[in-house]
Design a protein around this ligand. Structure first.
Ligand SMILES: Cc1ncc(COP(=O)(O)O)c(C=O)c1O
Length: 220
């Protein structure tokens, strides 16, 4: 079986449900049991919700621990890393916001200049504030076709590095909120040439890999 067909976390959760466990722990809905008590207020749509609540479990034996994974969560993160060809992958709770906070807090130190594509998400700004870093905002290009802000140009980044050679990182959003892509590779190459780490908020790009997999399967 192709590794990417495996679903370690989902399998662990469904295996757990089949044992019909009695919950003495969070979450308080007790695998949905509490939700089902009041029959007078039930709707058809609750059926779907019930199924989800059955696998809404916490870090008990066999279900691993997100903060120090050794079992199915670790296995699933390794599969994710294999899929994206990354050195490491971590699951997030609370959305891309937490990813941005972690990424920026890990790299940007107090008082450091950080080059920031101006049309970034507000979580990037919050993270910079928490890290007490000094953002240098980079103007995005205006996309004439869609009449919205796009990515930053190589020239803008070149100029910024010239003005702020001490920059500790560059923060890009790829694709942009509107899904626009740009030549990010040439920017990465330039920044790496200057030993500047490139941090990318890819909140809207997680599915790009699916397109590549599709092409790979159908064009070979
Ligand atoms: C580019 C970008 N980054 C990060 C986020 C934050 O995502 P979440 O709401 O999942 O934390 C968003 C949300 O719209 C976004 O557009």
């Amino acid at each position: 079986m192709n590794n990417q067909q495996k679903r370690p976390l989902y399998d662990a959760l469904t295996h757990h449900v089949k044992k019909q466990p009695i919950s003495f722990h969070v979450p308080g809905h007790k695998y949905g049991w509490i939700n089902q008590l009041d029959h007078s207020h039930r709707h058809d749509r609750d059926h779907f919700f019930d199924q989800l609540l059955k696998i809404d479990a916490t870090e008990i034996s066999g279900l691993d621990d997100l903060h120090s994974p050794e079992g199915p969560i670790l296995e699933a993160e390794l599969l994710l890393s294999e899929l994206y060809h990354s050195k490491k992958s971590f699951f997030l709770v609370n959305g891309s916001t937490v990813g941005n906070l972690a990424m920026i807090m890990a790299v940007c130190t107090e008082g450091a200049h950080v080059l920031v594509q101006r049309n970034c998400h507000k979580s990037v700004l919050h993270a910079l504030r928490l890290a007490k870093a000094c953002p240098v905002f980079l103007d995005p290009e205006y996309n004439q076709e869609w009449k919205v802000a796009g990515g930053v140009s190589l020239e803008t980044v070149m100029q910024a590095i010239h003005l702020y050679p001490d920059a500790k990182a560059i923060l890009l959003t790829y694709p942009t909120y509107y899904g626009l892509t740009y030549n990010i590779q040439e920017i990465i190459d330039l920044c790496h040439l200057h030993q500047i780490p490139v941090l990318v908020d890819e909140a809207h790009g997680a599915h790009f890999i699916a397109g590549l997999l599709f092409l790979h399967q159908h064009c070979n």
